[in-house]
Design a protein around this ligand. Structure first.
Ligand SMILES: Cc1ncc(COP(=O)(O)O)c(C=O)c1O
Length: 375
């Protein structure tokens, strides 16, 4: 049997004509010798502020940096920060870097976001902030209640939109919510500059603080060092890649939506699994396309079979953060939905190079493996 080409789970895609443009622009950056704080960071920030409909976008070297800056600004040191247990590990470590105390919150299985009941149970008078993550790329349908919770309890709201470049709900883009929003441009992301990050906000004080922190804490205007900062800026080469990739974000997200529609059509009524079914007002970025296997289906065996038999890479969303060695002490025994959802999750390949025929092949392979394990 001839082995079909391997389909990777994720892959940043730069169309051929865009690659040529990027190469020419990088050549001129190198020729100019200006590798930082130049026109490309500014271009990228302006384009990104437009995409997120924010007054300010500050380019940084990573999302973890953006989170830490936002948390520092909020003054979380010695205070509690509500963080989803089902997310990426640095949502927790950034709180600790900023001197805060992460309090893990369980998941709403329908939205994959913070569970409102558990938020209400975990908040205390010493809670200062909350991190809200659009896990896999869809903004939660109960977003208004999440926003209202933060306002009612006077919490500094940080939106981690690292999975949601180009997503929106009711016409409101990801990165436009809360006091500060943070993005990652890590290589697996919908938009990638290699590595990199962005903080978006409407608050001029937060934007200035982020610009000062990324330059060793140097005050704008005086040049005095007034914060304990770092060299957290995004250099010109990566800003150039990010700027150009942001220019094709709309069409790449549209492609992801088309592939997601194809997966949904093929698998929605299939026994043995559950799919996400966003409401009509929600336009996910589909950073990942997750499905959730029924109990009794061996996920590890399925991941192995998809790779060995079909050359298709699949994997779970994340391990629950409190199951990572370093964060085990944060497990208070209340994070059962997160565990159930993440441990049953399986993400299908999702990127600009997945064709319609690939999507059909992937869905057929999944259906066949599930049927085999149910029989
Ligand atoms: C939800 C989320 N938050 C934060 C991060 C950290 O991003 P970075 O690697 O840019 O620091 C990631 C990266 O994978 C992520 O997926």
């Amino acid at each position: 049997m001839t082995q079909k080409r391997t389909i990777p789970l994720s892959k940043p895609h730069y169309p051929a004509d865009l690659r040529k443009t990027i190469a020419a622009d990088i050549e001129s950056i190198l020729e100019s010798g200006r590798l930082m704080s130049g026109p490309w960071a500014k271009n990228f920030e302006e384009r990104f502020a437009g995409i997120t409909e924010r007054n300010y976008a500050v380019s940084l070297n990573s999302c973890t940096t953006a989170l830490q800056i936002a948390l520092n600004f909020a003054g979380v040191s010695g205070r509690g920060v509500l963080v989803p247990a089902g997310s990426f590990i640095t949502d927790i470590s950034a709180v600790q870097f900023a001197g805060g105390r992460p309090v893990l919150v369980d998941m709403n299985p329908e939205t994959l976001a913070l569970d409102l009941g558990d938020l209400a149970r975990k908040i205390t008078p010493e809670t200062r902030a909350m991190i809200w993550v659009h896990l896999t790329g869809a903004i939660a349908s109960d977003y208004e209640a999440i926003l209202e919770f933060a306002v009612r309890h006077d919490l500094f709201l940080i939106e981690d939109a690292s999975h949601a470049h180009g997503a929106s709900i009711d016409g409101r883009p990801a990165g436009s919510f809360g006091d500060a929003s943070c993005f990652s441009f890590y290589p697996t992301k919908v938009l990638s500059s290699g590595t990199g990050g962005m903080l978006t906000t409407d608050n001029p004080d937060i934007a200035r603080y982020a610009r000062e922190m990324r330059m060793f804490g140097k005050q704008e205007g005086t040049g005095e060092i007034i914060h304990r900062g770092n060299d957290w800026f995004l250099d010109e080469i990566r800003a150039c890649v990010g700027y150009h990739h942001a220019g094709v974000l709309g069409e790449q997200v549209a492609h992801r939506r088309m592939i997601a529609g194809r997966y949904f059509e093929a698998l929605a009524n299939h026994p043995g699994l559950r799919l996400l079914d966003p409401l009509p007002g929600s336009k996910p970025a589909w950073y990942q396309y997750p499905l959730f296997l029924n109990a009794g289906i061996d996920r590890a065996a399925m991941i192995e079979a998809m790779k060995e038999k079909y050359g298709i890479e699949v994997k779970g969303i994340y391990k629950p953060t409190h199951h990572e060695e370093i964060f085990r002490s944060l497990d208070d025994g209340t994070l059962k939905v997160t565990e159930e959802v993440l441990d049953r999750s399986l993400c299908l390949p999702m990127h600009a190079e997945v064709s319609e025929a690939d999507a059909d092949r992937i869905a057929a392979a999944v259906a066949s493996e599930i049927r085999a394990s149910l029989s």
